[in-house]
Every structure is written in structure tokens, then in C-alpha cells.
Design a protein. Structure first.
Lengths: 321, 325
């Protein structure tokens, strides 16, 4: 498999003011030593609960944030060292689809200028051909060409998400980072958008990083899946392997917690105790130790376990498995 | 006329009078809930499931909303005819509500103990100290650790799951017979959602509560409810027990919803084509006719009634579709 984009030991730490009179700021490790690679033409799913660092990771990969440590290799270059034309080139190749189709489209612009704006900025097509390229893109994502002069408020949420996808596709990117692209949509519309994303992936050989908290959706769309907890990767495996044979107790609990739409299906539910700890003050030792049902104090509280290859291609960060 | 059910809704119609026209958000709904039953109302956004719930306690903002027709019997009394003062004795007392977003439904400037205690002071004439002591008991019941200290917390000091537990404790305070839960876990993470659903199931068993659960998540329906009503464009499209609905759904809309769900196996999804028609411009005839794969001529001119198709073994299977008339 050809690697398109590789993250190596990425780390992002935000200083948080601990209060007006406090001298030392607190540090929030939003992304803590995360490494993985995106393989050409495939989808990597990223799951985790709110606050686990999914979106920060997406922003790092888009070079919208500078990491405190680590690098991202794209086309043999570290993306954080790119400048000028090279940086622009990178921006063309890696695009994002946002979660909220309401706030991610400018309400004062019509669909034609929303989808056409990247084309004008990056000058990938002559000005005279912009509108025909926009119509071609609208056709690709299932919008009618005569809607080109309409404004976002005239569209339903599913159609808006299609506009967002067309905008992301306008520069012929190689990689698309989709940050919860279907979470705001109703089920019947969600299925339409998932199918669309899969169709254009096959057609254009796109590489996706698909971020979602919905385990069923991630299972459906991904080839490989990684699970994050409090800024760290805790498990990483192929789709089938992860869902059929989860190794990390957090993954197991996540899978058992997701409601299954089948009343005949009975499963052993692993209920985790308590809430997600605050990332400002993560538990000592293994970060999952405060909620882990199989925690052994003498082993787990000393140091966070490294992400190890437990079986071929199946990585997990747990001492006990 | 009284009724043997705990709650019976007959021909409820709630409209919103907007500048653009009249939005018939709920258009002729019949539902019953018995003691100890969990009924799920399921449907996509804008189908009228929340408006139905709000109508039960007459909480629909008016204007622009208005309940224009129907009867809602609770313990033999028509809630829609009760004077406001009498209704206040029922709200929060015999029927209570858990909302989707616990941050906006708790008062940010009062300690949570006081907010629970207020319910008891108002409805049960308890003294403040007594009410606070009972709040501690309630918080213990809903699984909040060290409740003696947590009653002095403000809502912002708690996590989303904790706040939802506080909401449930408030809803339980007066030992209601019916709890209406409007998307109680939508704002929560999966692992916390599992905890809250487990808590609701446990409380239902120990307290013989009836639960009206409003959700868009068919997974939650399958795991929590006994009976389920599928809503679309202000109408009930199908109404039966959970096992029947998932095994042999009759209405094409229900079938479409189930087929839209991602399942294991990675096969291509089958979405419902098109979008929900705008509420101000619903199609003539069956409201699902614009998206239905089996649509025929009659569907576009005349609306089918909700009729009982007793399937094998099912005690009640109501469906609104011309294919099954």
C-alpha cells in the first residue's frame, strides 16, 4: 500500500490559564504522541468520545495548527516546514469536510461562489471556465446545475453537506479529512451522504480520514480504524479485526455501549464507571485506568502502556492483553 | 369519558401559526401508554415527535403554537381542558420531563440541590431542610457519587452525564407515574449514553414508571422500548411492539429507515431518496408519497388511514399505507 500522508509522533499541547492568581499554567495534552499513516485510496476511521482530540488531530493534519512536537510527511516533505508555493500546493491536496453544514457555508454567498472560490484563489482553472467546472462538481455530488445561483439557506441539511463536499473536491485533492460529516444529518439523509462519499472515493481514488463518534458508521465506511482516548491512540487495526476482536478494554466498552437496532440481539454490556476524566488532569499511569474494568493497580498505575503490535497489524496500548 | 390507560392521546392536532402559513406539526395523533410501559416515539427531525411531547403538558409556546384539536386523558382527566392551576399540579408532579440538553434546562445560578429541593417544596410542601435531605437520596438513586457534597455544586461544575443524572433526579423527585424523555442521551457520548439508558431501565423496573421516550436513534428504541410509534410529517405511520417493528415493518417509510442504517458487512446502503417535504407544503395524499419506492396513483390523491393489521402473534400492528388497506 502506498502511503499518502504520515503522522509521526504528533503532539499538541495547549496552555490553559489556571486562574488569575495562579503562576503556573496548566497544560492540556490534546494530541499526545500520535503516529499513523493514511494509505492511498482507503479510509481510515477515527473514533473517540468528545474531547479526546479527534478534531485537534484533524487541524494538525491540515496544518491549521502547529504541533509542539512531531511531524507530518506528505509528498516527502514535512508539512510544517513548507512555505510559499509549496504550502499552497499542499493546501490543494488536503481538504476538509466539516460537521455542521449550517455554519460552514457563508450565508451571503451563492452556491456558485462557495464552490468556485477555491478555484479562483488557487487559479487551477481559467476564470472563464470556473462556472462550468462548478456545474460539473455540482453534478458529481448530486446537486442540480440550475441551483448554482441559490443561497445556502434555500437548501436542506443534506444538500448543504453536498455543497461542502463539492467545495472540498473542487481542487482535485488527494486526501479528504471528514470531521463528523454525517453527525448532524437524519438517518435517511446520512445514508445518501455516506454512499456519495464512497462513490467519489472509488471514482477519484481519494484517501479519507473519517472522524466520527458513531461506531456503526465508521464500521461501514472504513478500511482501518483507530481509537483515541484523552489524546492518545489506544487501538489501531483493520476494520474487521477491531470490531470482531477488540483488544483494548476501552474499545470493548465502546463497542458494547453502542445501541444495536435489533431487539433480538443480546449482548454483554460493559458499563464503564464514571465520566471521561478531564484532559487537564489525566489519571496517572495508563490514561484509561480510572474507568478500566480490568485494571490491575500494580501494573497499570506506573506508566502509560506503549502502543504495541499485539497481533499482526493490530496495535493496542494495554499491558493486560 | 375516561380511559383505562395511564395516558391516552386522541386525535391531537397542534399547529404553529407562522407568517408564511399554518404549520401542522402534529396532525391527528392517537397514542396510549399504560402503567410501566415504555413507548418510543421515533422519527427524523421535524416530524412532530417533540411537539407531541410538549403538547401533553401544554408546553407548546403560544403564540405561535396552538393545540387546535384532540383530547389527552391522564388518569381520566382531559389535560387539555384543565385550568392552568390544576395542570401545574400535574406538571413535574405526576408527569415530569427530561430534556435533551441538561445545561440549558438547569438554572445556572442555583446549586443543584436547591433545584431538586424546589420541586419538593412546591409540590409536596416539604420544608427546605427536609427537601434537601431527600435530594441527597435522589442523587444517590441516580448514581451520583458523594451526593452530600454534590448538592452544593452549580450545574457548570458537573459533566454532561452528571447533569443528565441531575435532570433525572429532578424528574423523579415527586414520584411521577410518567416521565417524558425528549432525546435524553443525544447530547452525550456513547459510554455515558449507555450508563443513562441503563439507569432509566433500572428506575423503571424499581419504580413502576411509564416512560415516553422520544428519540431518532433506532438502536435506542430496540434496546429500551416495548412499543414504538414511527412518525413522519406530523402523523403516525406505524405503531406496534418493538419486536414486530424490527422483524416485519409494513410501512415503506419504516422499511426505508431500517435499510438506511449502516450494518456490518459493508454492503452499500439503501437510503430513502429525496428529502422530507417542507411542513408548509406537504403533498396531497400520503405524506410519504414523494419519497416512497412503491408509490402508485391512489397514494398521491388520497391519504390512507392508520389501520390495524394484526400480524401473526402481534397484538396490535397499526400501519398507514395504501399497500396494506
Amino acid at each position: 500500500m502506498e502511503q499518502v500522508l504520515e503522522a509521526i509522533h504528533l503532539k499538541k499541547i495547549y496552555p490553559v490559564s489556571a486562574g488569575m492568581f495562579s503562576r503556573s499554567p496548566l497544560f492540556l495534552k490534546a494530541v499526545d504522541d500520535v503516529s499513523f499513516a493514511l494509505e492511498k485510496g482507503t479510509t481510515l476511521g477515527l473514533v473517540g468520545e468528545s474531547g479526546c482530540g479527534k478534531t485537534t488531530l484533524a487541524r494538525l493534519l491540515l496544518s491549521l495548527e502547529q504541533p509542539n512536537d512531531g511531524k507530518v510527511i506528505f509528498n516527502n516533505h514535512n508539512i510544517y516546514e513548507l512555505k510559499g508555493e509549496q504550502k499552497k500546493q499542499f493546501r490543494r491536496q488536503v481538504q476538509i469536510i466539516f460537521q455542521d453544514p449550517y455554519s460552514s457555508l457563508n450565508p451571503r454567498k451563492n452556491v456558485g461562489s462557495i464552490i468556485g472560490e477555491p478555484l479562483l484563489i488557487h487559479k487551477t482553472v481559467p476564470r472563464s471556465e470556473v462556472s462550468s467546472r462548478v456545474m460539473q462538481l455540482m453534478d458529481l455530488v448530486g446537486l442540480q446545475k440550475d441551483q448554482i445561483t441559490r443561497y445556502p439557506h434555500e437548501f436542506s441539511s443534506g444538500q448543504r453537506q453536498r455543497i461542502g463536499i463539492a467545495r472540498a473536491l473542487s481542487l482535485n485533492p488527494q486526501v479528504i479529512i471528514a470531521d463528523e460529516p454525517v453527525s448532524a444529518l437524519d438517518v435517511s439523509i446520512q445514508a445518501q451522504i455516506i454512499n456519495l462519499l464512497q462513490d467519489i472515493q472509488n471514482r477519484m481514488n481519494l484517501t479519507y480520514l473519517f472522524i466520527s463518534h458513531d461506531l456503526h458508521v465508521v464500521r461501514h465506511i472504513s478500511h482501518r480504524v483507530m481509537v483515541m482516548y484523552l489524546g492518545k491512540l489506544v487501538e489501531f487495526a483493520s476494520n474487521e479485526e477491531l470490531y470482531n476482536n477488540p483488544l483494548h478494554p476501552y474499545t470493548e466498552a465502546l463497542l458494547s455501549a453502542a445501541p444495536v437496532p435489533d431487539p433480538a440481539y443480546t449482548k454483554k454490556r460493559i458499563l464503564l464507571k464514571g465520566d471521561l476524566p478531564t484532559p487537564l488532569n489525566p489519571p496517572r499511569g495508563c490514561i484509561f485506568s480510572s474507568r478500566c474494568p480490568i485494571m490491575k493497580p500494580d501494573i497499570c498505575l506506573a506508566k502509560h502502556p506503549p502502543l504495541e503490535e499485539k497481533q499482526k497489524g493490530h496495535f493496542a496500548a494495554c499491558y493486560l492483553k | 369519558m375516561s380511559s383505562s390507560h395511564l395516558l391516552e392521546i386522541r386525535n391531537l392536532k397542534t399547529c404553529f401559526y407562522l407568517r408564511e402559513g399554518i404549520a401542522r406539526a402534529v396532525d391527528g395523533i392517537d397514542l396510549t401508554i399504560d402503567r410501566g410501559e415504555t413507548l418510543a416515539l421515533v422519527g427524523e427531525s421535524g416530524c412532530g415527535k417533540s411537539v407531541t411531547a410538549y403538547s401533553i403538558l401544554r408546553l407548546v409556546p403560544s403564540p405561535p403554537g396552538k393545540i387546535v384539536d384532540g383530547e389527552i386523558f391522564f388518569e381520566g382527566e382531559n389535560l387539555l381542558r384543565l385550568p392552568e392551576k390544576k395542570l401545574r399540579e400535574i406538571r413535574g408532579n405526576k408527569i415530569s420531563m427530561v430534556f435533551q440538553d441538561p445545561l440549558t434546562s438547569l438554572n445556572p445560578v442555583f446549586r443543584i440541590g436547591m433545584q431538586i429541593a424546589e420541586m419538593l417544596q412546591v409540590h409536596r410542601n416539604k420544608r427546605k431542610r427536609e427537601a434537601l435531605d431527600y435530594s441527597i437520596e435522589l442523587l444517590k438513586d441516580v448514581g451520583i457519587p458523594s451526593p452530600e457534597q454534590r448538592i452544593y455544586d452549580y450545574p457548570h461544575q458537573m459533566s454532561g452525564g452528571m447533569r443528565q443524572r441531575v435532570m433525572i433526579a429532578m424528574a423523579l423527585a415527586c414520584e411521577p407515574q410518567l416521565i417524558i424523555a425528549d432525546e435524553p442521551t443525544t447530547a452525550l457520548d456513547v459510554t455515558v449514553q449507555a450508563q443513562i439508558l441503563d439507569l432509566l431501565r433500572h428506575l423503571k423496573q424499581t419504580r413502576d414508571l411509564a416512560l415516553l421516550l422520544i428519540t431518532h436513534d433506532l438502536g435506542i428504541v430496540a434496546e429500551t422500548a416495548q412499543n414504538v410509534a414511527v412518525m413522519y410529517a406530523g402523523r403516525i405511520m406505524e405503531y406496534t411492539d418493538v419486536a414486530t417493528l424490527f422483524q416485519s415493518p409494513l410501512n415503506p417509510y419504516t422499511q426505508g429507515l431500517l435499510l438506511s442504517l449502516p450494518r456490518s458487512g459493508g454492503k452499500r446502503l439503501t437510503p430513502i431518496k429525496g428529502v422530507v417535504p417542507p411542513i408548509l407544503n406537504l403533498p396531497l395524499g400520503c405524506k410519504f408519497s414523494t419519497r416512497c419506492p412503491y408509490v402508485f396513483e391512489k397514494c398521491t390523491t388520497e391519504e390512507p388511514a392508520l389501520i390495524n393489521k394484526q400480524g401473526a402473534g402481534a397484538k396490535r400492528h397499526l400501519v398507514r399505507c395504501w399497500l396494506h388497506q
